[in-house]
Design a binder for this molecule. Structure first.
Ligand SMILES: Cc1ncc(COP(=O)(O)O)c(C=O)c1O
Length: 455
């Protein structure tokens, strides 16, 4: 790399997540300078379709003037005010009211934070606070699926079931339990029906709850679709069975809608699509269409009543962060929801699901493609060595990463999660852009296959 380019300066100054840091020093970054709609442009003028909405988040695409204008106006009117010590501002109030109005199940109050990680972290804290308040302080453990992703604070990295969150960091902390990821394609045994697989998983889950002791378990966290773990949808009946078990054992259900919130699966919330009835719901990312960091945690009446009583006993509710409910972020989020509603984005996603997922399913005949899975505008394409036996490629072959790099060469940004290609395009994508996305993906898949054949 020549000296003093942006690429070189980056390698000398910036640390990147989910990146091989040593290799980064050799190859440097792709530097993105601007964006419009679903397109981004790098510092050499090359254009890419951003088929991952950045990191599952820029739902309204780049260059939305309404969101930018609202942010500028709010900065001039009231750039900041905290929500502590009985203070408030109209933007937090309006956003909280709106979130309660559109919540997929009756919710009582909204707690604001700045990222999905923080909101999930707060949900763990509130689960503990709740059980202490109702006199069951033994209920401390928190459960989630293997391969789930809930964030990267110490607690939410512990809660997450992906190995990279733990390796080298002395995590998970004790008390964070992981149960089998509900993925029939990978977890189903030879000859086992989907229904039998589901029952096997639920029986194992109940056995685990009983072995741990239900009186030691505070909450179970799930994503409606396990996104960063490989865009995995639980089999039919799994969530119904899961919820019955949680009810029976009095374990709180927290629904992590950080990826699925705001129309991504064809309903405003993934909980509606997957028939989940959570006690707490976490959203972030598309909440502000990623124009500014903000997240929200909705809690039901049962939890809020206990919180109010406990805070009265203790003197105050001892949780805060400087930027909770930041007025600029709240105003931008409120405007984003206005746009989702005015332009009926859930209906738009339902309409686009057929060309998007249908087109991807058309790739299922490709020799490298094992499973195509998805909902709405969210999909995973799993690459396998043998389509018939589902045998995966060896990890060190890094086929997913090779294919993602070839996609980038053809002007398509997506993310390889192991050997699953994740797609989560901005919700503003048009049918023509979907066709273009599919054409570029097919090209990259063909080149990946050719690379493999060439050894
Ligand atoms: C389901 C889910 N929960 C939580 C998070 C963490 O959100 P953040 O990166 O905003 O902290 C993510 C991030 O990708 C996510 O996919």
């Amino acid at each position: 790399m020549p000296p003093d380019t942006l690429e070189t300066r980056d390698t000398r100054s910036v640390i990147h997540g989910l990146t091989n840091l040593k290799r980064h020093l050799e190859i440097g970054p792709t530097v993105i300078e601007s964006g419009h709609g679903v397109w981004v442009r790098d510092n050499h003028g090359r254009e890419y379709i951003e088929a991952m909405s950045g990191l599952w988040c820029i739902a309204l695409g780049y260059g939305d003037k309404r969101l930018a204008a609202v942010a500028a106006r709010q900065m001039e009117q009231l750039a900041y005010y905290p929500l502590i010590s009985h203070k408030s501002h109209p933007q937090a109030i309006e956003l909280a009211e709106k979130l309660l109005a559109i919540a997929p199940v009756p919710m009582s109050r909204v707690w604001f934070a700045n990222s999905g990680s923080e909101a999930n972290d707060c949900a763990i804290r509130l689960a503990w606070y709740y059980w202490n308040a109702v006199g069951k302080p033994g209920k401390r453990k928190v459960m989630a699926h293997q391969q789930s992703y809930h964030g990267n604070t110490i607690a939410t990295a512990s809660l997450s079931g992906v190995a990279y969150n733990h390796q080298g960091f002395n995590l998970p902390l004790p008390g964070f339990l992981h149960v089998a990821c509900p993925h029939y394609y990978r977890g189903g045994q030879a000859g086992e029906s989907e229904a039998a697989y589901t029952q096997r998983l639920l029986a194992a889950l109940e056995a685990r709850i009983e072995a741990e002791g239900a009186d030691t378990i505070a909450a179970f966290f799930t994503e409606p679709v396990i996104a960063a773990g490989g865009v995995i949808m639980p089999p039919a009946g799994y969530f119904d069975g899961l919820q019955k078990l949680l009810k029976k054992h009095d374990i709180l259900l927290v629904c992590d809608e950080v990826v699925t919130g705001f129309a991504r699966t064809g309903n405003m919330f993934g909980a509606t699509t997957m028939n989940l009835l959570p006690d707490m719901l976490v959203c972030a990312k598309a909440l502000s269409s990623a124009y500014i960091p903000i997240s929200a945690l909705l809690v039901n009446e049962r939890i809020f009543t206990a919180m109010a009583r406990q805070s009265d006993e203790l003197g105050s509710f001892g949780l805060t962060m400087t930027y909770c409910g930041h007025p600029v972020a709240s105003a931008v989020a409120r405007e984003a929801i206005r746009i989702y509603e005015e332009e009926d984005f859930p209906a738009r996603v339902r309409r686009l699901e057929a060309p998007f997922l249908g087109g991807l399913r058309g790739l299922a005949t490709h020799p490298l493609v094992g499973e195509v899975r998805g909902l709405g505008l969210l999909a995973g394409v799993e690459l396998v060595r043998d389509k018939n036996t589902r045998e995966p490629f060896a990890k060190n072959q890094k086929i997913g990463a090779i294919c993602a790099a070839l996609c980038e060469k053809h002007g398509l940004m997506l993310r390889a999660i192991g050997d699953t290609l994740a797609l989560c395009p901005p919700l503003v994508i048009s049918e023509t852009e979907i066709e273009e996305l599919l054409a570029r993906l097919r090209l990259a898949l063909d080149e990946t296959a050719a690379t493999l054949s060439a050894g």
